[in-house]
Design a protein around this ligand. Sequence first.
Ligand code: FAD
Length: 315
Amino acid sequence: MAEQSKVSSEVATAALKEALGDLLEFDRPLAPLTTYGTGGPARYFVSVTTADQLAGALTAASGLDLPFFVMGGGSNLLVADSGYDGLVIRVSIKGIALTGESTVETGAGEDLAALVDFATDHGLTGLEFAAGIWGTVGGAVYGNAGAYGGEIKDVIIDLTLVNRDGETRRVDPPYCRFGYRDSYLKVTGEIVVKAVFRLGRGDKQNIEAKVKEILALREKNHPIHGRSAGCFFKNIPDPKEPFGKLPAGRLLDEAGTKGLSVGGAAVFDKHANIIVNTGAATSKDIRQLADIMKKRVFEKFGVKLEEEVIQLGNF
Ligand SMILES: Cc1cc2nc3c(=O)[nH]c(=O)nc-3n(C[C@H](O)[C@H](O)[C@H](O)COP(=O)(O)OP(=O)(O)OC[C@H]3O[C@@H](n4cnc5c(N)ncnc54)[C@H](O)[C@@H]3O)c2cc1C
């Protein structure tokens, strides 16, 4: 069920205008802000570029008891076709800086790809695994993004968070209780403002070569140019498997999901755990296809797949 706003439209609009001024947008289409390119508008929308703006937006929404949702790059997001009846706060806090011999500080709205480039340019190793992962640093922390045996938790040393009351504080990584595509931020609802990474000094050419190797691997089995949100379902914990995870894609493949489609949504032909928007998909198409895929795997293996992609709005 989607959350319901408890305040009248007039009251919310007036209070948000007062708090956010010209930053506030109405009925902002979200589709262009997501990699799927689907879904409806946000009733209220603000893109924040500073920690103060973020705190202000959160305080305003909380004060009004207005449902809100924080997004980054929209690369792990499926927005309902009917949109979102609340405030969407897009974190666009930028900036990457070297703060020590091998420590790097970034704004939460910085692209993870830009951070990987920065590390490579400065001969810093540790983030090569993240080459080709879309989205922002904040989104990567929230879901502990990872690939090829690495996870964001391996390189984080310090985080600045803000809570729904606009209060800011610094925390150490253990606070976040990182797990597989998981963090405690999913429970607390705190938002990442800034992150500090500890990397290692490395050979620039070796780092570049590793990044290229990973991007080449991705090009083989990911829809680099297609609209997707990466893997739709989480892999299944299994100590017998490499990296301790049974790939959901393998089960989906063996359950015969490749070739399936609903409307404009299709299972990617090189990777059964990826749903692509082939052009004119709706979010409903994507959701329906995901349901069919889930059912097939459950019927064949008795395994209930869990979504990695975050859903926003009413499905
Ligand atoms: C082609 C492709 C390949 C991908 N490959 C991978 C992969 O290999 N590994 C992987 O892990 N993921 C992968 N993804 C998924 C996606 O890139 C990651 O999950 C990414 O970290 C999401 O970041 P985002 O900024 O886009 O978050 P969004 O999609 O905007 O949001 C996702 C969640 O993060 C939360 N969030 C966003 N910003 C913040 C913040 N500042 N503070 C707190 N919470 C926040 C949102 O509330 C939401 O719940 C891939 C996606 C694509 C399109």
